[in-house]
Design a protein around this ligand. Sequence first.
Ligand code: SF4
Length: 494
Amino acid sequence: MFPAHPFDTDAFLPDVADEDKLKEECGIFGVVGVKDAANFVALGLHALQHRGQEAGGIVSHDPEAGFNSARRFGYVRDNFTSQSVMETLPGPLAIGHVRYSTAGSKGQTAIRDVQPFFGEFSMGGAAIAHNGNITNANALRRELIERGSIFQSSSDSECIIHLMARSMGRSIPDRMEDALKKVEGAFSVVAMTRTKLIGVRDPLGVRPLVLGQVGDGWVLSSETCALDIIGAKFVREIEPGEMVVINDKGVESHFPFRRAKSRFCIFEHVYFSRPDSIIGGRSVYETREAIGMELAKEAPVEADLVCPVPDSGTPAAIGYARQSGIPYGMGIIRNQYVGRTFIEPTEQIRNMGVRLKLNVNRALIDGKRVILVDDSVVRGTTSRKIKEMILDAGAAEVHFRIASPPTAWPCFYGVDTPQREKLLAATMSEEEMRDHLAVDSLKFISLDGLYRAVGQSQGRNPDAPQYCDACFSGEYPVKPADMIEQGFELKAAE
Ligand code: SF4
């Protein structure tokens, strides 16, 4: 029923990571109760590759072979495809992780930083994979080292294993609960023991985690799109602050943390999640179209053509065109077959930059007043180059419409963001950004408009925001303690 080898077909190439985007740092996936669970995990991680392309790892457990692991740099399709690798990961229980790069190791990742992490405890082994960022990791790490812990990696996630080792809990789920109560920040965790698959979301549910079912087995995944690839049925989202422990008897649910109001990352709706995933009962694609429609209501302009900046701006551009009545067209074509491995080797190729990935559909653009819809502006470097390409192709006017508010603050919850001063919106007003990009007009969706588009008809509740929106508002739902210690200044109270 299922391919013995996870990539026995010519799978599609993952999208090229755009250098001027925020980057989700991790995707996690776990399966219990199926034959050769690692094959399912490899496919799940492949579907989550957009959440991290730097490295990936899988740990499996088999009653006879015990725990086994494989951790590699690069794409899942290049590392977890050969029979020789997959045969080393036997058993009915496996978890996996793809990463961009986690806190503490940017630009100098070693294989020891690649998850899942493994620990041997008196009651048996356990492996964990973490999506998010621990905001008090420096303080925890200092304390743990002073008390004798020996760290193997530079990753904040390893703190969880050491905190578990120090816990007096009688079972691994108890120890995990103890450990996670000491951790601050954003975490979705998938873990495994010899017999159990465990999933946990932090009390605010900043990062996603969903539960699925495949045959008699169970699945945990960052997103629903990765359930589809293995033919699993979506069961439900793991709730903020929930821990599920899954074994052959089924799913047990606990709420070990103090209950809090959900603050899910609103940027998952805008950009990080795949458009074919479901969040909060609604397809991400549909939400992005609604964002485009809201943007058209807020920021109309007379023009001849609405063009997406592919691929992530596409649904919002379709929504903008529908609402405005202005024709939609693919004015920019993305070359689907440019991979990181191709653009990295030489400086000469790197300098070709955007033109290597995107080409203008000249016949469509020539002489037109063009609205370009993109999901976000981070440094603005790509936006500038795209504008130049559109003008070179003969556009009469270029209007940028952005499907998120200005990104003026860094994310400390598991998303790679440039330092604050490198964010265009941190140092410039909307008008200054328009002049800097040299476009005819530039408008961002408002924060309230974004909230309406994601389903909050009354907009943002300023007293109790329904989402994390810190990268737009500067209001951090969890104090970024480590960063404050390093000199980061929070927004002054108004
Ligand atoms: S700061 Fe932005 S990217 Fe980070 S979790 Fe919050 S909304 Fe998401």
